[in-house]
Design a protein around this ligand. Sequence first.
Ligand SMILES: [Mn+2]
Length: 232
Amino acid sequence: MIYVISDLHGYPHDKFLELLAKADFGKDDFLFILGDVVDRNGDGGVETLKWLLYQTNVQLILGNHEAMLLACSFVFDEITEDSIDKLDAEKIDMLSRYSLDGGDATLKAMQKLKRDEQQDILDYLREAPLYETVSAGGKDFILVHSGLDEFDPKKKIEGYTSEELLWAWPELTDVYYKDVITVFGHTPTLSYGEEFTDKVIKTDTWIDIDMGAGFGRQPVLLRLDDMKEFRL
Ligand SMILES: [Mn+2]
């Protein structure tokens, strides 16, 4: 069966594994993490990233926070005279924006890793897809981090820019593709109103599963085959 979870944002790795166990997630199942494993809490999700490197039935879809980490990956390069000269205003600006957006926890935890491990994680993120399409329980799904900004029913999923897939902030009234359900995180459901606290939002054309784990709440694991929700 196919499971999705999103926006763990440094949610404790052991708790995350506990949640998978609670759902009986096994080797014949597949899990898609819809981005933003990193930043904000604890070790910034670095333990989960290390674990991801060795999973054959779990795939991370890139989130805007992983994209920011990649944009700041120059901090893991060896420091040379030349690299100091190349530390231009744009890079410094990127790093300070990432830090303001919760990146410190991740950068600190990454700094503690061996160079090989850092590079393996960065390579994994560089290869992470921006979206996936899957079928489960007789329905088709698009899995993406933030939704589909500048939605146009005539435009196919591959026509969206990374910006549109990573930084969308959908309105409740937004309608996406009619023949496929778009599943995403990024916008905590409670930001649509207190009545959505700890609730998955399901419309006819999209589903938001971001429970706000980045802000100390419990994530939800959703099984697409039967829409069953698992929480600790
Ligand atoms: Mn996000």
